[in-house]
Design a protein around this ligand. Sequence first.
Ligand code: NAD
Length: 358
Amino acid sequence: MKILAILYKGGDSATSEPRLLGTVENQLGIREWLESQGHEYVVTDSKEGPDSDFQKHIVDSEILITTPFHPGYLTADLVEKAKKLKLCVTAGVGSDHIDLNAAVKHSIQVLEVSGSNVVSVAEHVVMSILLLVRNFVPAHEMIERGDWMVSDIARNAFDLEGKIVGTIGAGRIGYRVLQRLLPFDCKELLYYDYAPLPEAAGKAVNARRVEDLKDFVSQCDVVTVNCPLHEGTMGLVNADLLKHFKKGAWLVNTARGAICDKDAVAAALASGHLNGYSGDVWNVQPAPKDHVLRTAKNVLGGGNGMVPHYSGTTLDAQARYASGTKSIIENYLSDKPQEAQNIIVGVGKFETKAYGQR
Ligand code: NAD
């Protein structure tokens, strides 16, 4: 059987740090195991265009392993060509780079390693909120430049205490963000999600659900996006919704780049309507050098906390999603049932409720 993995190139870092398991070099640590069973394991980072290894090998692979950090976009067209494909495994969380409707149509299962990096991302969200609210990035840049002008930083630095913070999506990550924010004594914690939290869980984080999205954002000082990308969330945070944000609000997006309209976000920063935007996800990855969100700034020349997509790929997370990927493949090869929480698309149907209301 042919198993194809699209991973990111790790370069010197990966050769000197074997715990970078999610790289082309370290191959999720499963090459020997797969080859000892007689399988062919193709690992590559070449994923764009008709001449890519991805498009070359997808036609006769039975299992496709991808990662959200360097997404191999399995479009409906490619699904049509992938005649032998039976299983897509996302090494990580978030399978929007797979055309899930096409997978349903062609009875291709899609599984991810649910929960494998949710703490990693939740920690990054809290960090991103703090670095925006406290105006950290311009402060650090000033120090590196050799300057020292406290008032230039303090004029746009605030405490998180007393602010209203809301999450779009209160699943594994969104809920962990709320848990981690509790000790900051925010004025209120809010969430927007079509799936209400169980009563006890909502009470435990003292979070109030707001059912209307415009009403929700209009109440928040900080909005954090923690829902999957699907038909119902593509471009959800657009120019129209941004008008309903409080003036001077901060927006953090570690979910998926395409949930926020990049140009609308950049314009809202430039006009002063948003005070900051932070996160690690981009509408195209790798982000082109001239991507507007690499350099977008608020009116004071700060407010940008963007980094490459790495919040969910800490070394701790890589150990978890590499071992989760192996067990999903092991179950598949030995005909054992998969863990229910990992199944996004089962044979011919959606098994999760998180990828939109259907
Ligand atoms: P989850 O399935 O546990 O929770 C997702 C929640 O979003 C669910 O409660 C669902 O009801 C809600 N939701 C779906 N559509 C919504 C909508 N239109 N409006 C409001 N809420 C909606 O998933 P999770 O583990 O919390 O992960 C969430 C997403 O975070 C992933 O799908 C992925 O895109 C992203 N993620 C990013 C990284 C990273 O490294 N940056 C890592 C892991 C996950």
